[in-house]
Design a protein around this ligand. Structure first.
Ligand SMILES: C=C1C[C@]23C[C@H]1CC[C@H]2[C@@]12CCC[C@@](C)(C(=O)O1)[C@H]2[C@@H]3C(=O)O
Ligand SMILES: O=C(O)CCC(=O)C(=O)O
Ligand SMILES: [Fe+2]
Length: 360
């Protein structure tokens, strides 16, 4: 029985400042959704997030380079069928278009992982985000029975298939991302004897961003890094995802037909001993178009200790992070949000200095 994520937040209930009203039909941006003027540096840049064809013979090198320089890339020829992407999109749309009273029946409990509601990180901000979310960790059955008492099973089937295919792809990607650092399947015990990664955990996050009357003052999903090894994101044809590139500013990741966005998460940053940055990203909203995204948040078995891989540690590269389980890390994120990573950093005078610089 693989370990689950369901107890990760038991000691860290979220206390949202606001109730989530039915904001989808508002004509004007209420003050509770007005973030102070967002920075204007999301200008067009010539250089964009790399797009990598997984059939390219150089895929391994291209992925390694993208992970080091961006912490994010898009993939094509990944083997996920268009019809499955269409099915998960239409399932998500059916969910978000249910009446609010119906959706609230499947609310995420304050100390739980799964269900409908504001993004978990909302509690760190005084303003509300212009989005709705639905998190699925483990079986969606209980919540889907609440949402669709008559025909929950067809929707469950789509989620199960999507989750299975995404986990498979995430495993392939993890070996490619680590492979370009010289890591092989034998180097990670928790991956199993043949690197089959069968006890890994994952969660799905469905995000819906309604069209917004005042997009320049609103925020779809505030800047964050993912508490994962890696995240695979499907976005519909409306753009909104932005990543922070050092020295450049916020860069939009344009939706490409059949493409999926892959980003490095905090745990891959830890096991790579800092070689791969966990990319800061956010979602902005649109005046006329709604937007949908589906993230597969992929991590190790939730109760195994993960730490910088021995091959990536040496006299000139001391371990930057202490061992931690995914479950414990999620608790850290619930407590410290964007300072979660630095809270796991090993304390040496040099590292302490670096983390002070990061916080400032
Ligand atoms: C496995 C995860 C990862 C979670 C928590 C838990 C389930 C939901 C994920 C997200 C999804 C939306 C952004 C985020 C920041 C959030 O608020 O909920 C993510 C968070 C994290 O990556 O930290
Ligand atoms: O909607 C997006 O593009 C970003 C979603 C995201 O970052 C997340 O779900 O973690
Ligand atoms: Fe994210």
């Amino acid at each position: 029985m693989p370990s689950t994520l369901s107890d990760a937040f038991k000691g860290h209930p979220v206390h949202h400042h606001h109730k989530h009203p039915d904001f989808t039909s508002l004509q004007e941006l209420p003050d509770s959704y007005a973030w102070t003027q967002l920075d204007e540096n999301s200008t067009a840049v010539c250089e964009g997030v790399p797009v990598i064809d997984l059939h390219d013979p150089n895929a391994l090198q291209l992925i390694g380079h993208a992970c080091k320089t961006w912490g994010v890339f898009q993939i094509i020829n990944h083997g996920i069928s268009t019809s499955l992407l269409e099915k998960i999109e239409s399932t998500s749309r059916s969910l978000f278009s249910l009446p609010i009273q119906q959706k609230l029946k499947a609310s995420r409990p304050p100390d739980g992982v799964s269900g409908y509601g504001l993004a978990r990180i909302s509690s760190f901000f005084s303003k509300l985000m212009w989005s709705e979310g639905f998190t699925i960790a483990g079986s969606p059955l209980d919540h889907f029975c609440q949402l669709w008492p008559e025909n929950y099973s067809q929707y469950c089937d789509v989620i199960d298939e999507y989750e299975r295919e995404m986990k498979n792809l995430a495993g392939r990607l993890m070996w490619l991302m680590l492979g370009s650092l010289g890591i092989t399947k034998g180097d990670i015990k928790w991956a199993g004897p043949k690197g089959e990664l069968k006890d890994t955990c994952s969660a799905l996050q469905l995000n819906y961003y309604p069209a917004c009357p005042d997009p320049d003052r609103a925020m779809g999903l505030a800047a964050h890094t993912d508490s994962t090894l890696l995240t695979i994101l499907y976005q519909n044809t409306t753009s909104g995802l932005q990543v922070l590139k050092e020295g450049t500013g916020w860069v939009t990741v344009p939706p490409i037909s059949g493409g999926l966005v892959v980003n490095v998460g905090d745990l891959l940053h830890i096991i790579s001993n800092g070689a791969y940055p966990s990319v800061l990203h956010r979602a902005v909203v649109n005046r006329t178009k709604n937007r949908l995204s589906i993230a597969c948040l992929y991590g190790p078995p939730s109760n195994v200790q993960i730490s910088p891989l021995p091959k990536l540690v040496g006299p000139s590269h001391p371990p930057l992070y202490r061992p931690i389980t995914w479950s414990e890390y999620l608790g850290n994120k619930a407590k410290h949000f964007n300072k979660a990573l630095s809270s796991v950093r090993v304390c040496t005078p040099l590292n302490d200095l670096n983390s002070i610089v990061e916080v400032v």
